[in-house]
Write a protein that binds this ligand. Structure first.
Ligand code: NAD
Length: 319
């Protein structure tokens, strides 16, 4: 059954830059799709990435990797968009809005010309705003337009907490919700280890659960991208793995719970904006959005995050 699923799957990647190629590398190693196609305005770059990856095929499960054009989206199950401009040191993700919106306006109609059934997965920043843009530009149902959202921030959160608590990050259950950006929200009230709320778990392993502890952890998570961009110019490996995890959940119909960005309606009074909350992901895309029991201050922060995104979305001029 598993082989029947992967035998038919094609993932098209529009944008063969650092993010697109790191994602393809992780996807190839994971062995969960049978075809990967790179599409890029820079055809040479797409061809080079495909060739480089093809030279590793003797070490992984069979997968066909090539450079192509938009007609290759026709049989794609998932079209991943990682094309666009990147943050300069110190620049916010929201500063990329208008340049990357222009790029979405070029890409989306070329994909939908060939395929009206695929799932769009967006990584381009500011990812929540671009997810909303792709949703409107494609006219696709909301469940089929998924942004990588805070999957990366949640992973950073779990890593930083795990480092402090000296446990495996996979055993830390904690989410970052809202914008993938400066207004993101840590859900401290529901964070837990082995079913034990963090505020009870911390004393068990000799850590203080106080504002100083919480602020120091969240600060590291929130500024992680700025720090990496300052150090090496870009971030790409962890988002490559995050995108692979989302694709895996879609292609294998897993019903995995991941913090991805999608259209939110009537969520603590928030509507008509794309942002992240834990969502169930399967072959249909977004199967459901979880209604978390948030504390009052967390709801307030989520509202502020939604406002930041709405203001940016309202500045877009759709064709
Ligand atoms: P990059 O410059 O290495 O690659 C971008 C690619 O997009 C280039 O190959 C370029 O030729 C291509 N491109 C530009 N315009 C295009 C168009 N109209 N059609 C097709 N291709 C086009 O950049 P990168 O480091 O790969 O980053 C890509 C995007 O991903 C950025 O917006 C970045 O901010 C974002 N990003 C998101 C996350 C996340 O968590 N969602 C993490 C890291 C980076």
């Amino acid at each position: 059954m598993f082989f029947a699923v992967i035998a038919l799957s094609r993932v098209a990647i529009v944008g063969a830059g650092f993010v697109g190629s790191s994602f393809a590398y992780a996807l190839m190693i994971r062995g969960i799709t049978s075809e990967i196609v790179f599409i890029d305005i820079d055809k040479k770059r797409a061809e080079g990435e495909a060739l480089d990856l093809n030279h590793g095929l003797s070490f992984v499960r069979p997968v066909k990797i090539c450079a192509g054009d938009y007609s290759d989206c026709e049989t794609a199950d998932i079209v991943v968009i990682s094309a666009g401009t990147t943050q300069k040191p110190g620049q916010s993700r929201l500063a990329l809005t208008h340049s990357n919106f222009e790029i979405m306006k070029q890409i989306v109609p070329q994909v939908t010309r060939y395929n009206s059934e695929c799932i769009f997965l967006i990584a381009t920043n500011p990812v929540d705003v671009m997810t909303y843009a792709v949703l409107k530009l494609s006219g696709f149902p909301a469940r089929k337009v998924v942004g990588s959202g805070t999957i990366l921030d949640t992973s950073r959160f779990r890593y930083v907490l795990a480092e402090h608590l000296k446990i495996d990050p996979r055993n830390v259950h904690a989410y970052i919700i809202g914008e993938h950006g400066d207004s993101e929200v840590p859900v401290w009230s529901l964070a837990n280890v082995a079913g034990t709320r963090l505020r009870e778990y911390c004393p068990l392993c000799g850590e203080k659960y106080d504002m100083k502890f919480l602020n120091s952890i969240f600060q590291k998570v929130k500024t992680a991208a700025y720090e990496i961009i300052e150090l090496k110019g870009r971030t790409y490996y962890a988002i490559g793995l995050g995108l692979t995890r989302i694709v895996e959940s879609i292609l294998r119909n897993e019903n995995a719970i991941l913090t991805v960005s999608s259209l939110i309606q009537d969520y603590y009074g928030i509507s008509d904006v794309c942002l992240s909350v834990p969502s169930i992901i399967n072959r249909e895309g977004i199967a459901d959005i979880l209604r978390l029991s948030l504390e009052e201050n967390e709801v307030e922060l989520l509202h502020k995050s939604a406002e930041v995104l709405k203001k940016t979305i309202n500045s877009l001029e759709f064709p």
